[in-house]
Write a protein that binds this ligand. Structure first.
Ligand SMILES: [Zn+2]
Ligand SMILES: [Zn+2]
Ligand SMILES: [Zn+2]
Length: 249
């Protein structure tokens, strides 16, 4: 892989371990190197670093997120700037894709953005409608908010009661469009994505009685404590990322 030697790599603002320096194609042309921590599931952007990844770059990033979710752990209470070690400040912004939260350096060195928030910013997340929420609520009563981690009771809530984030999943249509726009999807993949029933898949796996290997992999991808069986609550964005990328293998 194109990794810089360990001592030259930036350290994660949360776990302080060296981040991976990953190269992705940019819009128009050229490449973008992003510093990512798979364990904390976040990306460090330097102040002037643009976030103009090409669609194929975003899809590549999603794939890598999906492949690296096993060791995920929650963010620390205090995050430190990877450049100056100043405590990062929590902030919310309204973007084209919706409201996102991230942590920025008061010395303006850059920001640390959780993966799910990056996906929202890039328009790869869609909110569920009432019918979909009702279908999920019948099988999965409580989920974990993808924005703040708080429990959300689907029987009563149509958004997170704490941070107001909508109930959302990864948008198969947006992924298909990104792949097609880049000529990266073969016909079978495009067709599978077009017909993909994200909610149906999540319900199917959640209610499967037997815990086969497939299902374990699914829940490992959904976060919440590794391989020790299904967690109490799912993060729907992580779960939908997992169901979607099973199609793209
Ligand atoms: Zn980390
Ligand atoms: Zn700083
Ligand atoms: Zn929340």
């Amino acid at each position: 892989m194109d990794q810089a030697p360990q001592e030259e790599r930036l350290r994660c603002p949360s776990c302080l371990q060296p981040m991976a320096a990953r190269v992705y194609p940019k819009v128009y042309n050229g490449e973008e190197t992003l510093d990512v921590c798979w364990s904390c599931q976040g990306i460090w952007f330097d102040a002037r670093e643009s976030v103009q990844l090409a669609p194929a770059g975003v899809v590549q990033l999603f794939k890598e997120i999906h492949e690296n979710t096993e060791a995920s752990r929650p963010l620390g209470d205090k995050l430190k700037c990877t450049r100056c070690a100043e405590t990062l400040v929590y902030r919310q912004d309204l973007t084209k894709g919706g409201r996102i939260s991230y942590y920025f350096c008061p010395g303006e060195h850059g920001r640390f953005t959780p993966f799910t928030q990056f996906m929202i910013e890039k328009g790869f997340i869609r909110s569920l409608n009432k019918v979909e929420i009702a279908a999920l609520a019948a099988k999965i009563e409580t989920i974990r908010c993808s924005g703040c981690g708080a429990p959300v009771d689907l029987r009563h809530d149509t958004a997170c009661p704490f941070c107001k984030a909508p109930i959302a999943v990864l948008d198969a249509g947006a992924v298909e469009k990104a792949l097609a726009g880049y000529g990266a999807a073969n016909n079978a993949q495009a067709q599978a994505l077009r017909n993909h029933d994200t909610i149906g898949e999540i319900i199917k796996y959640r209610t499967a009685a037997d815990e086969d290997e497939d299902r374990k992999g699914f829940f490992a991808g959904a976060g919440g404590g590794g391989n020790s069986g299904p967690p109490e609550m799912e993060d729907l964005i992580a779960a939908s990322l997992s169901t979607l990328f099973r199609l793209l293998k």
